[in-house]
Design a protein around this ligand. Structure first.
Ligand SMILES: [Zn+2]
Length: 209
């Protein structure tokens, strides 16, 4: 049903390219023509390549959920998060902000689309809990910065929104730090008497002990 995307295209072409024995015995020109034809066929088959100029038609949340359970997904990513092996190209050693968007006018406008835009079956949605959790810090539960995951700004903003929505719906757990406030400084402003003030401060000190 789902077809695995080619993340490392050149490497996989070399691995997948099996030349038949009959073709190997033919003259060189014929072999080259056959190879070219085979490469072209493979390219046509793998339409969902992460290449420039490809039309971008993202899947809906339900299809994406099924894709995350499929064999094609496991063959491509394994147990790792989708952004783990994504590498950005930039000059120098200080990573700049990620690009604003990978898709312009419905077409992939870059040769190295971000980990979400390059795979059409990945849909960032509050219903797609497994995908969202790949972008969360396991210690703090916050969304990882875009410089770490490499997703473009458009997808990152969508990610922040959908994670917050998923937390509201209760699909993802949210931890709140326990805070105790001492309001005694504000009692004068509220016009409270000294007796109430003393009683309140005593209660506060008892509670804190
Ligand atoms: Zn992108």
């Amino acid at each position: 049903m789902f077809r695995a995307i080619r993340i490392n295209a050149c490497k996989q072409i070399l691995q997948e390219l099996v030349i038949p024995k009959a073709v190997q015995q033919r003259p060189l020109s014929v072999t080259c023509a056959c190879l070219r034809r085979q490469e072209k066929r493979e390219e046509e088959e793998n339409v969902r390549d992460a290449r420039k100029g490809r039309e971008y038609n993202p899947a809906d949340a339900e299809t994406s959920k099924q894709y995350l359970q499929s064999k094609a997904y496991r063959d491509t990513y394994g147990d790792d998060p989708v952004w783990k092996f994504y590498r950005r190209n930039f000059r120098g050693h200080i990573a700049p902000d990620t690009r604003l968007t990978c898709v312009r006018k419905g077409v992939i406008s870059t040769g190295n689309a971000c980990p979400v835009c390059r795979d059409e079956y990945l849909c960032i949605s509050y219903k797609n809990r497994d995908l969202l959790q790949q972008f969360l810090d396991p210690m703090t539960g916050e969304v990882l910065p875009s410089k770490v995951t490499g997703v473009c700004q458009k997808q990152h903003q969508r990610l922040l929104f959908e994670v917050a929505k998923a937390q509201d719906y209760g699909y993802i757990e949210k931890y709140f730090p326990l805070r105790k406030y001492n309001y005694s400084e504000y009692y004068k402003l509220a016009g409270l008497t000294k007796e109430i003030l003393n009683a309140e401060t005593e209660e506060m000190s008892e509670n804190s002990v």
